[in-house]
Design a protein around this ligand. Structure first.
Ligand SMILES: Nc1ncnc2c1ncn2[C@@H]1O[C@H](COP(=O)(O)OS(=O)(=O)O)[C@@H](OP(=O)(O)O)[C@H]1O
Length: 360
């Protein structure tokens, strides 16, 4: 892999990128009128499989925070947490979106939209900037060891999405085997990344669901002699762990002070202390974070996948080998860059060094 090239792409942008100036539109969200519908101003933007459901439960059901979920968006039920307005449902318009949150009764009312797919969708931050009041909104983002995140997403697809054409065919070509995907897919993503000029292009071309680059890509799988062509259904398993360009892309539209960064592993290990990193995003709305002394991250959305007959279960040795491979080949530069960004911008030097989890 040409790691120098990737690092160059990321560094070439500088750590702090100027915030793009779009004017927020005059709309139901920016007017914030009592008696109108309520637009969410607190966003949990990602990343997928980094404990978003558990954090959302903590925030939306907290006894004192008084944060409203999209109670009126119930089809399916999980849309109360993830309205998917800015990535999927934008065409439905702001009345649909804000209607899901009910009527604003006071200027302090606050709603949360916890759609973890937002983080990697290049078109979401410009849409948001054009819609919300950029001074008011706050973003919570949780990161997780990208190798563990990838396996969690692979498992999630087995549990829920194998019936979908996009994933079903792609998984079948690879005999549903995670090891085979790990063998072939990261090299294609690296190839894609090396052809891009910066975070926007990288997100657009190499990470989105219908990214152009993968349309013509194919893999000759030696093990089963299949020529796999449905790479776009697989690439997100791995590409959504390339965190630094995602964050840099968001910083083009919203300033770093609008973001609160938490780490999944630390939420799970020491919830009380890690969750304090979201306190500034709550304080912006006059909310004080109160955490009970024995409070832990509740177990939500663990997808045990007991009935997933084709799921590849990994031994400890497999996990070590795969973790090492993914970090070395795909994630190392981005993870290092993320640690630097978080250190410089938020003064945190306690981030997990994920690649070290897999040293033998
Ligand atoms: N309390 C607690 N402690 C540790 N880990 C926890 C906890 N709650 C949820 N989880 C794990 O978080 C993973 C699901 O993350 P998300 O809710 O963000 O998934 S999703 O993107 O909304 O589908 C999923 O990870 P995997 O089990 O590895 O798949 C959950 O098990």
């Amino acid at each position: 892999m040409n790691r120098k090239r990737l690092l160059g792409v990321l560094l070439g942008l500088g750590i702090l990128v100027e915030v793009a100036v779009f004017g927020a539109r005059d709309n139901v969200c920016t007017r914030r009128r009592i008696g109108d519908h309520l637009c969410p101003e607190l966003f949990f933007i990602g990343v997928q499989k980094a404990g978003s459901s558990a954090l959302w439960v903590f925030l939306a059901f907290h006894r004192t925070l008084d944060i409203r979920m999209a109670e009126g968006i119930t089809e399916p039920k999980w849309r109360r947490k993830e309205p998917h307005f800015f990535d999927v449902e934008f065409g439905r318009g702001l009345e649909w979106y804000s209607g899901g949150y009910g009527v604003r009764n006071t200027s302090e009312d606050l709603g949360i939209d916890a759609t973890p797919d937002y983080a990697a969708a290049s078109y979401v931050p410009p849409r948001m900037l054009n819609t919300v009041d950029p001074e008011r909104v706050r973003f919570i983002i949780s990161f997780r060891d990208p190798a563990a995140r990838a396996y969690s997403w692979y498992k999630h697809i087995h549990a829920q999405f194998l019936a979908e054409e996009l994933h079903g065919r792609a998984f079948k070509d690879f005999d549903y085997s995670y090891s085979l995907m790990v063998k072939y897919i990261p090299a294609i993503i690296v190839d894609c990344m090396n052809q891009q000029d910066g975070p926007l292009q990288l997100l657009k071309q190499c990470m989105t669901r219908n990214a152009e680059f993968y349309k013509d890509a194919k893999v000759n799988i030696e093990e089963n002699k299949i020529v796999a062509r449905h790479i776009t259904g697989l690439q997100q398993i791995f590409s959504h762990g390339i965190y630094a360009p995602m964050l840099l892309h968001w910083f083009k539209y919203f300033p770093p002070e609008s973001f609160c960064v938490v780490m999944y592993e630390q939420l799970a290990d020491d919830f009380k202390s890690e969750v304090q990193h979201i306190a500034p995003c709550l304080a912006a709305f006059g909310r004080t974070l109160e955490v009970d002394p024995d409070e832990e991250l509740k177990e939500v959305n663990s997808q045990p996948c007991e009935n997933c007959e084709n799921l590849e279960r990994l031994s400890l040795d497999d996990k070590t080998y795969i973790g090492n491979k993914l970090h070395t080949e795909l994630y190392l530069d981005s993870s290092r860059m993320l640690r630097r960004l978080v250190l410089h911008l938020y003064g945190r030097d306690d981030l997990p060094v994920w690649e070290d989890f897999y040293h033998t």
